[in-house]
Structure formats: structure tokens, C-alpha cells
Design a protein around this ligand. Structure first.
Ligand code: SAM
Length: 348
């Protein structure tokens, strides 16, 4: 184990067999060794800063039927909402005053928001806040659509690959296809977005071999951001009887991702925070360096229910987070927190 982990720290590379070996055999003692290596790597790249993002969930309508997701099209037990331009801009104004420098606009795949609608919105946001970063997380669209939104000023795009196993991918995403997901991610990168990928931990049939494929896919794609979180089964979805994904395993995977991709921005995801009280501290100490706080208007927050009891930490938590960060030797940072290797228009 020591040889493999030291090699990972030195070279930022592992082969499939080595990843499987780690995941099959790691115990508490080696976990601590791994977390220390990951923390050292984080200190060498981003130092002890934890970047804050403002997450605005602007619509819970979705045309897809991902079998794990509470806002899937066929879930009729959900109160659907859409925010209009005015409501979105009002939330961003409030967040801007509170000091946020990144706005993450997330929704189900909702084609009510046409390219033109989103282009107008993004242009207006960038006109008002030229120095702030706009991140989109709105699912799969055509190359042309991604290109228009980038030209309108969007800086980043989050699109988790969910799982790199094509058979599992196609079976949990009715009428969606692994090859298309992969194409979307490469399109986003080629257009020039800081692109985020990532996967769910604890999906049915997800072995350590599958997780190794997830990590190798990330290594090949080299995304600017990587978000992973445990599966939290939603009672109104086909996965209602599944077990909750493992927080411990998620944290080990965060550390491996930090070592494979030293420059990645890695959030402690809401899902990890939801199932694990110490998710924030443990995630950061394993190499994560981003936290997303909810900036959606309070009347819609509970409605964006991808799983039950979703954590909606918001700015009220900031002082608590600052203290928690300080206790473990980190500082909360409200700057844009771009990927180290990224400058808009230089990376295309
Ligand atoms: N529609 C956009 C997309 O497909 O990228 C963004 C919204 S989608 C709800 C955001 C993420 O939520 C997904 O990428 C998925 O990994 C995660 N998610 C959905 N349901 C979940 C669940 N039950 N447990 C854990 N994560 C879940």
C-alpha cells in the first residue's frame, strides 16, 4: 500500500489495478496516510483556501428520468417551480452584496429556458457583475448551445459524468447514453469552459473496478472541477430501496482525486454534508477545497428535492464554517477561485 500511495503522490498517476488494490484493501491507518498526502498536495496547489460558491437552483422541471433523482420527470409528488429573470437577478443581487464571487445556476433539464433566454440572462449578469464567475449546471445541450452560452459570458459548467461504466450509465438514465454524456463533457472543455465532472458513490452494481474506471476517466478528461457525492435514495424514485452511499468511501475517493488531479477544484458536496455531520471537515482534510452555499429564494429551497432532507446551508452558516475551517487550519475565501491553469480565452 505504501509503495502505491507514495507513487501516486510523486507522479499523480495510478493504473486500474493499483486503484482497485487501494479501494479493496485500505484500512484506517492507510486512510490517514492517504489523507495526509492529499492535504499536502492541496497545500502545494491552492494552499489552505476554501472557496465559496453561491448555488441558485432556478428550476426543478426536468425532461429526464434519471432513476435516482427526486426531480425526475415521472415524479408527480413534487411541487414544480421556475424562477423568472427578475427573481434570479434579485437573488444574485443579494448574494453579490453578501460577497459571493461565483454564481452557480443549476436546474433540471428544462427547455423552457431557451438558448436566447439564457444568453440574455447571462449577458445581463456579466454586465452587472463583470468580475464574478457564472457557472452553469443545466444538463446536456448541443455544442452550438454550449457555445452560445459561453459567448454570452458563462465561465464554467458542471456536468457530472455520474458513472463511467457505459452499461450502468445507460441503465440508470432512460433514453440517455454514455457516449453523449462524454461528448458533452469534451465539447464543454473544447469550447473553453472550466468544466466539472464527477460521479455518484453507491450506485447499484458499482464495484471498485467501476470506481477505478471513474477515476481513470477523470484523469483522461482532466476537468477543472470534480464533484462526487454519495447516493441518497429518494423514496419517490425507482432506487428507493437502495442503500445510502458510503461517506467514508466518498472521502477516500476525494483524496484519490486530489492526488490524481492536483489542480482540480473539489467541493465537499451537499450530499456528503447531508449524510455526515463531519462531512465538511473530513472532506476538506481529504483534499476538497470548495463549498457551495444555497442562494435560492427561501420559498423554493425545499422544492429542489433531488433527495430528502437536503442540506441547504446558506450564508447564515458562513461564520460557523469560518470557525470550523480555522479549527482545521483552513480559511474561507470569497474570491472567484478559478482553476489554477485557467485563464478565459487563453485555454481554448
Ligand atoms: N440537470 C443537471 C445535470 O444533469 O447535470 C443538474 C442538476 S442534477 C439534479 C445535479 C446532480 O444531482 C446530478 O449530477 C446527480 O449526480 C445528483 N443527484 C441527483 N439525485 C441524487 C441522489 N438521489 N443522490 C445523490 N446525488 C443525486
Amino acid at each position: 500500500m505504501k509503495n502505491i500511495l507514495d507513487k501516486l503522490y510523486r507522479t499523480n498517476c495510478l493504473n486500474k489495478e493499483e486503484i482497485i488494490f487501494i479501494l479493496d484493501n485500505i484500512d484506517k491507518e492507510w486512510e490517514n496516510y492517504l489523507f495526509n498526502l492529499a492535504k499536502n498536495t492541496l497545500f502545494e496547489t491552492y494552499g489552505n483556501k476554501i472557496f465559496i460558491r453561491g448555488l441558485l437552483e432556478f428550476s426543478n422541471y426536468c425532461r429526464n428520468n434519471c432513476i435516482y433523482c427526486g426531480i425526475r420527470k415521472d415524479n408527480s409528488n413534487i411541487d414544480r417551480y421556475r424562477l423568472d429573470k427578475k427573481e434570479i437577478l434579485a437573488s444574485l443581487e443579494e448574494s453579490s452584496e453578501l460577497g459571493y464571487s461565483t454564481f452557480v445556476l443549476q436546474s433540471g433539464e428544462d427547455l423552457y429556458y431557451t438558448d436566447e433566454y439564457l444568453e440574455d440572462l447571462i449577458r445581463e449578469i456579466k454586465f452587472k457583475y463583470p468580475d464574478k464567475a457564472v457557472t452553469l449546471s443545466i444538463g446536456e445541450r448541443s455544442f452550438e448551445s454550449y457555445e452560445k452560452l459561453f459567448e454570452a459570458g458563462a465561465d464554467r459548467f458542471l456536468l457530472r459524468h455520474e458513472t463511467a461504466d457505459p452499461i450502468i450509465y445507460n441503465s440508470i438514465h432512460p433514453k440517455m447514453y454514455w457516449n453523449e454524456r462524454k461528448n458533452c463533457l469534451y465539447n464543454l472543455k473544447n469550447i473553453g469552459y472550466q468544466t466539472g465532472a464527477g460521479f455518484i458513490v453507491g450506485l447499484p452494481n458499482q464495484t471498485n473496478k467501476v470506481l477505478a474506471e471513474d477515476l481513470l476517466f477523470l484523469k483522461e478528461l482532466e476537468p477543472a472541477m470534480v464533484g462526487i457525492g454519495p447516493l441518497i435514495p429518494h423514496p419517490d424514485t425507482p432506487l428507493k430501496k437502495e442503500k445510502i452511499g458510503s461517506a467514508e468511501k466518498t472521502i477516500v475517493l476525494i483524496a484519490l482525486i486530489r492526488l490524481l488531479l492536483p489542480d482540480a477544484l473539489i467541493p465537499v458536496t451537499t450530499a456528503l454534508n447531508t449524510i455526515y455531520e463531519y462531512g465538511f471537515e473530513r472532506g476538506i482534510l481529504a483534499g476538497a477545497n470548495v463549498i457551495m452555499l444555497n442562494i435560492s429564494p427561501s420559498h423554493v429551497r425545499k422544492k429542489y428535492e433531488i433527495y430528502k432532507n437536503k442540506e441547504t446551508k446558506d450564508i447564515q452558516e458562513l461564520n460557523i464554517l469560518k470557525k470550523k475551517a480555522k479549527n482545521i487550519g483552513f480559511v474561507i475565501n470569497m474570491e472567484r477561485g478559478d482553476n489554477l491553469n485557467f485563464r478565459r480565452n487563453e485555454n481554448v
